[in-house]
Design a protein around this ligand. Structure first.
Ligand code: BG6
Ligand code: MG
Length: 218
C-alpha cells in the first residue's frame, strides 16, 4: 500500500483564522498610524508573529524600541486570543473533515505544519487534535516560512521522505516553503496569489476524493 505524508497548514487552510489575524494586525497598524492593506496582509499569511510586526513597521517606515515591540506583539496576541476564544468545530472550513477522513480511511499519515504558536489551542477548540499523527508549530521551529524547516520537521515526525509529502497551504510564503522542501504544494486560495503551487484550488470543496486518491497512488 502506498504511503504519502499529508501536511496541513492550519490558519486559512483548516480554519478561517486568517481573518482574525488580519483584524488584530490591522488594529495594531492603525494604533501606530500605519496604513495596512489587504494586499499587504496577503504577505503576512504564514509569516511568524515577530516577522509580521517587523514587516508592518518597515511598511510604515517606523522603528520602535525593543520593549515596545515586545509589548505590541503581546497585545496583538491577546486580541487574537480573544477572537479564537469562542471557536468551535463550526469554524472548520468546508470539506476539510471529508478530506481528513478519507486520508485516515486510506491509512495515510497526517501532520500539521503551522507557523502559529497557538496551533494546539485552536486544534483543541475545533476538536481536530486527535486527527493528526504529528503536530509541528511555531514553538518547534527556528526559521519561519518561506524556509522549509517546519515542513521538513513535519515530514520527519511521520517518517515520510519530503519528496513523498503533499502540503496544503493558503499562503505565498507557505507554498514557497513547501516547494523549497521538495514537496508537492497544494495552494488553497486564488491562482493570482498562489500560482507557484503545484496545484491550486479555491477551497477543499473543489478537491475530489479521486484527486486525493491519485496523489496517494502516484
Ligand atoms: C500563521 C498565520 O499560521 O501563524 C500568520 O498565517 C501568523 O498570520 C502566524 O502570524 C503566527 O501565529 P501566532 O498564532 O503564533 O501569532
Ligand atoms: Mg495559513
Amino acid at each position: 500500500m502506498n504511503k504519502k505524508g499529508f501536511i496541513f497548514d492550519l490558519d486559512g487552510v483548516i480554519v478561517d483564522t486568517a481573518k482574525y489575524h488580519f483584524l488584530a494586525w490591522q488594529r495594531l497598524a492603525k494604533s501606530l498610524d500605519i496604513e495596512f492593506t489587504e494586499e499587504e496582509n496577503e504577505q503576512l499569511k504564514g509569516v511568524s508573529r515577530v516577522k509580521s510586526l517587523e514587516k508592518i513597521l518597515a511598511w510604515g517606515n517606523k522603528s520602535i524600541p525593543e520593549a515596545q515591540f515586545t509589548e505590541l506583539m503581546a497585545k496583538k496576541n491577546e486580541e487574537y486570543l480573544s477572537y479564537i476564544a469562542d471557536m468551535n468545530s463550526d469554524e472548520i472550513l468546508p470539506d476539510v473533515p471529508r478530506v481528513l477522513n478519507l486520508l485516515k480511511q486510506e491509512k495515510q499519515p497526517i501532520s500539521l505544519g503551522s507557523a502559529s504558536k497557538n496551533a494546539r489551542t485552536i486544534l483543541e477548540r475545533v476538536n481536530l487534535k486527535s486527527d493528526f499523527d504529528a503536530i509541528v508549530d511555531g514553538n518547534d521551529v527556528s526559521k519561519a516560512k518561506p524556509d522549509p524547516e517546519v515542513f521538513l520537521i513535519a515530514a520527519k515526525a511521520i517518517n515520510i521522505k519530503p519528496e513523498d509529502c503533499i502540503v496544503f497551504e493558503d499562503s505565498v510564503a507557505g507554498v514557497s516553503a513547501a516547494n523549497a522542501a521538495n514537496m508537492i504544494s497544494i495552494g488553497i486560495g486564488s491562482k493570482a496569489n498562489l500560482g507557484h503551487a503545484t496545484y491550486v484550488f479555491n477551497d477543499f470543496t473543489e478537491i475530489s476524493d479521486d484527486f486525493i486518491t491519485s496523489l496517494i497512488d502516484n
